[in-house]
Design a protein around this ligand. Structure first.
Ligand SMILES: [Zn+2]
Length: 125
């Protein structure tokens, strides 16, 4: 589970338990990878909005437009969809490679999770 998935899951559990955001937020952040601390603190208002099922604000809509812009996210043949480096030689069988490394695949997933959470997708309860 990524850091963002962990935060989202914990918030959903707290909301289901009837806790207010002020109580749920520190619980959600407890023990999360420190690298995410500044990002999560900076987006606390957006997490709160999702927690409270409020509609997305302009900031969230801007993030959504970046994350879902088809011109930006359209993959280029032979390039990693995350970092843009050349893909390794294709496997003989199996699905087309999208990422150059497992790390890129994981980082791309984390990025998508963050955008989804940030643009007001409801937190699953
Ligand atoms: Zn890559």
């Amino acid at each position: 589970m990524t850091a963002l998935e962990l935060v989202r899951t914990r918030l959903a559990e707290s909301r289901t338990a009837g806790l207010p955001f002020e109580v749920a937020w520190p619980i959600a952040l407890h023990g999360v990878d420190a690298a995410w601390g500044p990002v999560l603190e900076d987006t606390a208002d957006e997490w709160r909005a999702a927690f409270e099922n409020r509609p997305p604000n302009c900031r969230l809509l801007a993030l959504r437009s970046i994350g879902e812009d088809p011109d930006r996210s359209q993959p280029v043949d032979g390039e990693c969809e995350h970092c843009g480096r050349p893909l390794p030689a294709p496997a003989v069988r199996g699905p087309r490679r999208r990422y150059c490394t497992a790390r890129c695949r994981r980082d791309a997933h984390v990025l998508r999770s963050g955008v989804a959470a940030a643009h007001g997708r409801r937190i699953a309860a």
